[in-house]
Design a protein around this ligand. Structure first.
Ligand code: ADP
Ligand code: GLC
Length: 486
């Protein structure tokens, strides 16, 4: 795996969970998996065991010269990870966040080059390189254009978690990695961006040069090919449709499982759901909410336009107006519009005993929120997979979601789904507006207040939905086998 994140050491969202969970599943099935990551200063070092340098002088060709890196090895909850630490004046990964800098594209272009250089120099020859998102889009390009003679048998599977971020840049970044000849690489059949002519698109490079490309759910695979959710990539996906498909993510049920979770005060299962209420009490305590008879609705996720934050705002006030309580655990970019809006809201609602907004990234706290809430709301504008609702379901917390991407494949409306009743596990709405979110939240709160036994039944149905890594793990192994023998 070559990736920008691996949970829980380096995680800003679901990509980190996927890299960890999929690697673990592949290892359980007898494969050897190693993960190459940047060595960020801001990682959670307490989640990395036995960290030590393994390669002091990895010289990486860069801007016509060479940059020295140290490569470290360590175990992130059992996964063997290699961390690349460049010693360059720009201090690529010694920043106070993982992303959000003007030179992000250069940082990850360097990382991609360094990852391949490390394989070359260390003699590692994995059968498969599995790369993730725009950050590693240059890996298959560089492999094919520069490293083929040294690494002739390596095949690349490329997973796109988010089409909105594509790494669009000028040809200077390409030439820094040794990809000169802009007229060749900026051609529309290679890395040339289809919207901004003259620019290089790293995500597109990943699509063109990989042996197989996936996104993280079948429905999202359709949306990006035919549904207009492609952010300008539909043409490239059309050309390469024979090697493109959707594989639904799994959830790591060793990490996210109320039966064994040591980060929540009371453990419980579908057969023993009473004990979930101890977690509800603990959640209220933790967030200074009053104890009362009423549902808790939660939002856990990035404070990002993608997530339909205006609808989260509406859901919050709708819940409060209907006697419920609302908790939010979310992180955004400091100073941006959405983040500032929720900071204001937090101050405005500071004394409200039925509401708490926790702004920041807190992995441990997420466990308590999933375990303590009755409902989670996920009104995303687009959602390639959506691990938050899948995780919530494992904790018997009923999802109220917009029919987008992976949530179409995983959440089935209690009232309207054509699925058999025992497979229905939540509430779904379609319209991306206040009326839409109300239509579903109204039904969910109604069931909670007026048909508690039925609500409890829905909770156990969502707990019993199986979204483990077992099936997707096998799907990826099939893809690896296919591209190895093609
Ligand atoms: P995305 O990858 O688009 O952010 P997902 O729902 O697929 O969305 O994955 C988000 C992951 O990050 C989930 O595991 C969720 O629990 C976690 N998460 C998001 N925001 C926070 C936060 N502020 N604190 C703790 N965990 C968070
Ligand atoms: C992305 C998507 C999310 C998905 C996650 C993991 O960040 O926004 O829907 O679940 O990656 O694949």
């Amino acid at each position: 795996m070559i990736a920008p994140e691996c949970a829980p050491a380096a995680k800003t969202g679901g990509l980190g969970d996927v890299v960890f969970g999929l690697s673990r599943e592949l290892e359980i099935r007898g494969n050897t998996v190693e993960i190459i990551l940047p060595k960020y200063t801001t990682m959670r070092y307490d989640d990395i065991w036995g960290l030590e340098p393994v390669h002091h002088d990895l010289w990486v060709p860069w801007h016509g010269g060479a940059a020295r890196c140290t490569v470290w090895v360590g175990f992130v909850h059992g996964r063997k990870c290699f961390f690349i630490e460049p010693h360059v004046a720009d201090n690529f990964f010694g920043r106070d966040r993982l992303y959000g800098y003007a030179d992000d594209i250069e940082r990850f272009a360097f990382f991609s080059k360094a990852a391949l250089e490390y394989l070359l120099q260390s003699g590692k020859r994995p059968d498969i390189l599995h790369c993730h998102d725009w950050h590693t889009g240059l890996v298959p390009v560089l492999l094919c254009e520069q490293y083929r003679s040294a690494l002739p048998d390596q095949r690349v599977c490329y997973t796109i978690h988010n089409f909105r971020h594509q790494g669009v840049t000028c040809s200077k970044v390409l030439s820094a990695t040794g990809l000169g000849r802009p007229e060749h690489f900026l051609h529309a059949d290679r890395l040339g961006d289809d919207t901004y002519s003259g620019s290089a698109n790293l995500l597109k490079g990943g699509v063109v040069y990989s042996n197989f490309v996936t996104t993280v759910s079948p429905s999202h695979a359709s949306e990006v090919q035919w549904g207009g959710a492609d952010f300008g990539l539909a043409r490239a996906l059309g050309t390469h449709q024979g090697k493109f498909g959707g594989v639904l993510n799994g959830v790591d049920y060793d990490v996210w499982n109320p039966e064994v979770d040591r980060l929540i005060p009371a453990r419980y299962s579908a057969g023993d759901i009473e004990r979930k209420y101890e977690n509800k009490r603990a959640l209220r305590n933790r967030f200074w909410l009053q104890d009362k008879w009423g549902p808790i609705v939660a939002y856990v996720g990035r404070l990002d336009e993608q997530k339909g934050m205006h609808l989260v705002h509406h859901a919050l006030f709708y819940t409060l107006a209907h006697g419920g309580q609302f908790v939010l655990l979310g992180d955004g970019f400091h100073g941006d519009k959405i983040s500032s809006h929720f900071w204001h809201l937090k101050h405005y609602l500071n004394d409200n005993p039925d509401c708490h907004l926790e702004i920041g990234y807190q992995e441990e706290l997420a466990h308590l929120v999933y375990a303590g809430a009755d409902l989670v709301v996920v009104p995303s504008m687009f959602e390639p997979c959506g691990l938050a609702p899948l995780t919530a379901m494992r904790y018997g917390t009923v999802p109220v979601v917009r029919a987008a991407g992976g949530m179409i494949d995983t959440v089935f409306d209690r009232d309207y789904s054509p699925r058999p009743p025992w497979e229905r596990n939540g509430y779904v709405f379609h319209q991306a507006d206040n009326m839409g979110v109300e239509s579903a939240l109204h039904r969910a709160l109604g069931l909670w207040y007026h048909h508690p036994a039925e609500f409890r039944h829905l909770m156990t149905s969502s707990m019993r939905s199986d979204y483990s890594w077992a099936r997707p793990g096998q799907d990826y192994l099939n893809i690896y086998d296919y591209i190895r023998h093609k």
